[in-house]
Write a protein that binds this ligand. Sequence first.
Ligand SMILES: *Cc1c(COP(=O)(O)O)cnc(C)c1O
Length: 229
Amino acid sequence: MSVKENLYHIQDRIAAACARVGRSQHDVNIVAVSKTVGADKILEAIDAGVEMIGENRVQEAWAKFQEIGPSVQWHLVGHLQTNKVKQALQFFNVIQSVDSLHLASEISKRAVMLGCSVEVLVEVNTSGEESKFGQRPELVVDFVAQIAQLKNISVTGLMTIGAFLPDPEEVRPCFVKLRKLLERINTQKIENVKMRHLSMGMTNDFEVAVEEGATLVRIGRAIFGERVS
Ligand SMILES: *Cc1c(COP(=O)(O)O)cnc(C)c1O
């Protein structure tokens, strides 16, 4: 199937998941995760209506940005090292993977120097898997309050990578945890904080994530096919 057909099929599945829980499908955006995928395929996705591109490596994304440009929103979904922050801020609109004060401070400092401002999401390790990046859930509320005070950063939501489990139903508790954290943060009425994004759900589990309130689903393989490298 073509990228376009894949996307239409995913949109139908998102619409069905929304219908099951009484959400509007317009509240769910697809972030097309295009790591390892060439600019030609990404342009096909954009042609089919994709408005957000997700990449996990700054260097690789930069090369594609040269071809594609700023007509779409660029989301960094992979781990960011502080020595790449400066380059990341040249073109990423949203950094979804902020999980330490050290990193958030560096982003803020660089954004001030560049005279730009950047939207960030806090990555949360909802599965407890040691190998995963992300803040521990019990620390997230305080963490959000801290980074909300930093200049030139706006923190608009939470992101998680669910547990690597074959049955998406088993990943549901991760998504529930993220949604409840967002609700808790919003009821605390922290200054400068109005969280609206839940970035959760990938090829294997996005329908469950949508049922649990995802506003951003990060989908790679279901759009572009299996990754070769
Ligand atoms: C690769 C990746 C995705 C997309 O995964 P698929 O299984 O291809 O849909 C989503 N989020 C992050 C952080 C990724 O690295």
